[in-house]
Structure formats: C-alpha cells, structure tokens
Design a protein around this ligand. Structure first.
Ligand code: 7PJ
Length: 287
C-alpha cells in the first residue's frame, strides 16, 4: 500500500514503490532529553550531548529525529509543562538546520503548541491527541501527527493489559481518533498510526499486533509506525537485558516492515538503516 505523509517542511512517499530511488521506510531516531540520559554537567552539557547525538543519527541515515523530554516508559512519573519545555525547546531550535524532520514526542497540548510554533515537523503523541486542547494545538499547521494506541496512562497502563481481541480493539481505538482528527479538519495525509508496542500490552498482545500490522494498515488506510526498539517484548523473546537487545530490535524492525510498517522508531539508527537497505533489496515484499 502506498501513502503520502506530510510532515511540516517534508513530504514522504511511503510503502511499496516502483521507483527504487524513493526510500520506502522512514527511520525515526530516538533522542531522549530526559535527566536519566543527561551527564552530570547540567543543562548546557545535556543540550550539547543531545545535539551531537542527533547529528550522529542524521549522518547514520535517520530521516527523522524524535525529541522526547518526558519519559513515557511504563510506570514513569510525569514532568511539568515548564520542565518539559526547558528540555525540548532548546534541542528543537538547535536542530532546525539539521536537514531532517524534527518530531516532538509529547502528550501535553502546551508543549505541542510551542513545538508547532518553533516549526516541529511532527508531533508524536502516545496519548493520541486525547488531552483537551491537543487537537487545537496542532490543527492549524501542516506538521505530521503520529497517533498511537494506549490505554490509560504510562503510570497505570501495565495494570490494564486486558483485551478480548487486541487487534480489533486497537483498530477501533485508532479509527475513533482518526475520525476525531478528521472532524477537526486535519488532512488525512498528515497522519500516521501506531499500535503502541509495550503500552499496556503483554508480550502476546505485542506479537499479535506485530503480526497484524498489514491488517491495521489496510483497515485504516494510513501508514503505520512501529516502535519496538529495545522494548521488553524483545527482551522477553531473547532473554536479553536492555543493553543487549540490538539484534532482537533489528529483527523486530524488519518483521514490522515485512508486515507493512512504513516508519520505524529506533535507538540504533546506523544498524537499522543497514538492515533495511539489505531488506529492501531482497526482502519478501520486494519493495
Ligand atoms: C513509542 C513512542 C512508540 C511512538 C515511546 C520507548 C518508550 N512513540 N514513544 N511509538 N515509545 N509513536 O521508546 O521504549 O512505540 S517511549
């Protein structure tokens, strides 16, 4: 299935394509600007570190940089609007000249609004633009929107991993969110969708969703982003701790692409780009 995705300054043709020169999978590199990724040298040093990491990911072939100032890992505590802005905005301004799409990973409408004003190319909301004011914050721009499935909040979601039919429920949730965004006048070509691996899901749920990315893409008609990098499902399958999940994460990214994902959100950009280059030459879908 082919898609066009508008992301601020950038427009992408995604999915199966007859023109070999067109990259068919977008690689989104993860840039955490949270204190646990900071060295002890304070804010300036943290910013310098984030910028050099983003430059490295760009050189490694990332198409997008996903800037996150609040950890959304299961069980994590929320941060204030002010603190999140202090983390995200300097990085966003500093990276405007990088030549890559800049995504901001946030669930706060205030942060979305500031990010859009500063020229963010995408807003990646693990809360699917459900917060009051979120849709209004992104409506009058041309930034891309990543709409992710999550039940409850990052603090409580693992306690609520109950589904009768996880694939159907994720599709129904995303369909409702797409309808809400469309009703606000947001063009469909600004949207990508994400089953939200690890967000309120067991290993079995995550595997069922991974195997059904093609169905999710077909039923909703939008490009799918898959974020499996280093996640606990990769750990559960391989028995590896988080720092040893590279090989498993690469296989997860390729499996997601084989099932129809058009974007992958990863920590290890250079390795993922290499794996995708080989896959796109020889993979079963013959992109
Ligand atoms: C995801 C995300 C994901 C999207 C995080 C982590 C947890 N955004 N933000 N999809 N995961 N769209 O990276 O382990 O899967 S934070």
């Amino acid at each position: 299935m082919q898609h066009f995705l508008q992301c601020g300054r950038f427009g992408y043709s995604l999915g199966k394509s007859s023109t070999a020169a067109t990259p068919s999978t977008l690689v989104m590199g993860i840039l955490n600007v949270t204190p646990d990724s900071f060295s002890d040298g304070g804010r300036f040093q943290a910013l310098e570190f984030a910028i050099s990491r983003a430059e490295e990911m760009a050189a490694d072939g990332a198409d997008m940089i996903d800037i996150g100032g609040e950890s959304t890992r299961p069980g994590s505590a929320p941060v204030s609007v002010e603190e999140e802005l202090r983390r995200v905005m300097p990085a966003l301004y500093a990276l405007r000249g990088l030549g890559k799409a800049l995504s901001v990973d946030t669930l706060k409408p205030e942060v979305m609004r500031e990010a859009v004003i500063a020229g963010a190319d995408m807003i990646n909301d693990v809360n699917a633009f459900r917060a009051p004011g979120a849709i209004e914050a992104v409506r009058d721009s041309d930034c891309g929107l990543c709409v992710m499935h999550m039940v409850a909040t990052p603090a409580t979601m693992q306690r609520e991993a109950h589904y009768v039919d996880v694939v159907a429920e994720v599709i129904a949730f995303l369909a409702e969110r797409i309808a809400a965004l469309s009703a606000a006048g947001i063009a469909r070509n600004r949207l990508c969708i994400d089953p939200g691996f690890g967000f309120g899901k067991t290993v079995a749920h995550n595997i069922a969703l991974l195997q059904n990315i093609g169905r999710i893409e077909r039923e909703l008609g939008l490009p799918v982003l898959a974020g499996l990098s280093r996640k606990s499902t990769i750990g559960a399958i391989t028995g590896r701790p988080v720092e040893q999940r590279l090989a498993g994460s690469l296989a997860g990214a390729l499996a997601a692409v084989a099932q129809g994902a058009s974007l992958v959100r990863v920590h290890d950009v250079a390795e993922t780009v290499d794996a995708l280059k080989v896959w796109h030459q020889a993979g079963p879908l013959n992109f």
